[in-house]
Design a protein around this ligand. Structure first.
Ligand SMILES: [Mn+2]
Length: 282
């Protein structure tokens, strides 16, 4: 059993690095086909299943699905341990089923697990809860499993840039770190140091405050029209804090998913109209 999981994680890590649309830490999608984007999932299995069924990648050969922040949240074991690693294994299987069309991008909870730093959610330190559950299930193999999870998470790309100038990442650098952020990070593979403050992968996944002038500056720098991010809680599943910024959440019962084509140009308002409530998906 542990060996099967280790093999799964190693193969999925390889699939992340060998994704045919990957350049450095960026996935670049051509202007062809369609795209489904999910926000944070945080262990919400039912919503993950809805996203998979809604994306229907088996029927649409030029459709892509972008997922993020799978771990930390959802079911717990009897001692309060976090079982979201099981969902991460299923996401790894999904990646292997469609290796060039499922793209799992890095979230700040992933960086926290890799670097072993504390991250709180609903009053709980999530890395301790996740590690405890992994230790209970995998016992003497738990360190190997945790290392393989870290390798998988570290192999994730940071962002997706579509030819029609939609940009998807977990977050964007905070206003006060705009000048510290080095966009060159997109052109190379990540190292663990990039995930520690004030590394650029840290800044890109943890930022929370984005003024209009920062967003406009980043849009010019990255040559994009509209940013689609996760990371922030939105009651109705999406929000549109600026005319070039849409935020999606897929980790609760009012969560949403976005479906768009890869050809048309979009404002955040137009993308907001394309958000689908996950509860409406059978
Ligand atoms: Mn987050």
């Amino acid at each position: 059993m542990p060996q099967t999981i280790l093999d799964l994680l190693h193969r999925a890590t390889q699939a992340n690095t060998q994704d045919r649309y990957r350049h450095g830490s960026l996935i670049r999608l051509p202007s062809q086909g369609s795209l489904v984007v999910a926000g944070d999932i945080h262990g919400h299995r039912r919503n993950f299943e809805r996203i998979v069924s809604f994306s229907d990648l088996a029927s649409y050969a030029d459709r892509h699905a972008v997922l993020q922040e799978i771990i930390h949240g959802g079911p717990q074991d009897t001692s309060g341990g976090c079982l979201s690693y099981k969902l991460l294994f299923d996401v790894a299987r999904y990646k292997l089923n469609f290796p060039d069309r499922v793209h799992v991008i890095m979230g700040n909870h992933d960086t926290a697990f890799i670097t072993g730093s504390e991250v709180m959610k609903d009053g709980k330190e999530m890395n301790r809860a996740l590690s405890a559950a992994i230790e209970r299930e995998f016992q003497h193999s738990c360190e190997d499993i945790k290392d393989a999870i870290k390798e998988f998470l570290l192999s994730q790309p940071l962002a997706v840039r579509c030819d029609n100038k939609i940009w998807i990442s977990h977050s964007l650098p905070d206003d006060k770190f705009m000048d510290t952020f080095d966009p060159e990070i997109m052109n190379r593979r990540l190292e663990v140091g990039d995930l520690c403050k004030p590394g650029s992968a840290y800044l890109l996944t943890w930022g929370r405050h984005h003024s209009k002038s920062s967003l406009d500056k980043l849009a010019r720098l990255l040559d994009v029209d509209t940013f689609v991010l996760g990371h922030q809680h939105t009651q109705q599943g999406w929000s549109r804090p600026a005319d070039n910024l849409l935020i999606i959440a897929s980790d609760h019962n009012h969560g949403c998913v976005l479906k768009t084509d890869l050809i048309t140009s979009y404002t955040a308002d137009k993308l907001a109209e394309l958000c689908v409530p996950l509860a409406a998906i059978p």
